[in-house]
Write a protein that binds this ligand. Sequence first.
Ligand code: HEM
Length: 455
Amino acid sequence: MSVHGPAAPNAVASLAGPAAQRAPGRGQLAAAAARDVASRGVAARRATVRPWTDRGGRFSPFKAAVFTLLFAPALWLAASWWLDALGARPVKALILGAGLWACRLVLLSLLISPARVLAAWPGVLAVRRMVGVAAALYAGTHLVLYAVQENWHLGHVALEIVRRFYLTIGFVALCGLVALAASSTNEAMRRMGRNWKRLHRLAYPLAGLALFHFFLQSKADVGQAVLYAGVFVWAMLWRALPAGRNRSLAVLPLLALAACAATAALEYAWYALATHIPPARVLGAELALDFGPHPAGQVLMFGLVATLAVALRRMALREPRPAALDPVLYAGAAVAALALVWTLSLGGDALPDAPASWVVALAWVGLGVLLGTARAGLRGTWQARAADGVWLLCLLYPLYTAGLDSRTLGLAGDAAIALAALALALTSWRVWRPAAVLALPLLGWVGYVARLTVG
Ligand code: HEM
């Protein structure tokens, strides 16, 4: 995880305290923006920037990984269609899948600025354009699939867009997203100067429109639309913070609470105004936590995960970092990943005979403490980096297996973690023997989970 990455010099500066981060004035900001735009133009002339290279033309593993991951939902949908796994109405399922991913990517693109500022992570900006363009492409595919569903009767499609309010809203959002994607080139940035920033501020209202389209077509169950709207509100509230406050860790729990309250209010208002379902009953179920997680609680959890992730990142950036922090960082990252799985409702169906979820959570946190302790003893060696890689694989595991509910991927993940942990144990034997012993419980746990998966 980037949490364990080395500190970039400007990242450390931005955490250095109030004196170092006094809020710049409007003039300074404008000048900085102009310099930024100009430097991007110069860099663009210097080297051809590809989705997998940085501005200097060097290969960037982070950009390459994000670029590859952006194709994953499309490949997953295409494979499901190919394997006839989309149910009775495959085209409809594809429309919904493409629309959902367009919405998720629009939200993700809005979370990049908070990640850059809060986590002192300037490098994340390099993928914002890619994510925005991908959102527009998924939204465009969503429209094309709608035309497929209507048997390419384009006149009818156009008429429906004009006649049906939710489609008109979707169309406006799509036009805006395409305009932003088309004007995201270095050349457009250079030509438009300050107007470029003004135009790209439209990303927020466009995300609002996309969410409104999502609400309008959701009919009785707006749960997922409310969840995404809550995340959108969180991003808007963060953006509304004064410049001096938008780096503050202390403000994040308050932001989480405010976004949670706004989500509950939004849900109440939606059920009261747009449906015949009694809103008080829905909110009652929220408070009683009936039937699993509810949007307001999920948004609260999202805000708290963001708080924890920022706190961990700041610990990781401490120079010099005490060795005792390594197990804390590993265990904290496990807590954040588990909370994220719950927040995004990625639990999947529980396996028969699986232990209770609190046992699973305790096991992962315990393994994090063990591997983090091993990492502390391996400091300064390449095996410490390898331990980071093994732990990252473990943290992503629930996302790529439970999230996709795939037994094959689950077993492949188990095998990858077991092999990586074994390699770490063997190679660290000569460097620091206890590390080898501390890495071994991971093998036992994934072996046990694999046995459950096979049944
Ligand atoms: C011309 C533009 C658009 C058209 C014609 C269109 C059409 C549709 C249609 C027909 C549905 C399915 C409704 C049903 O259940 O019957 C839908 C759902 C949806 N659309 Fe769009 N849409 C457009 C633009 C957008 C954009 C720009 C976004 C997001 C960035 C978006 C996101 C969604 C989402 C999230 C859903 C619901 C998915 C779900 O329920 O799982 N749409 N849209």
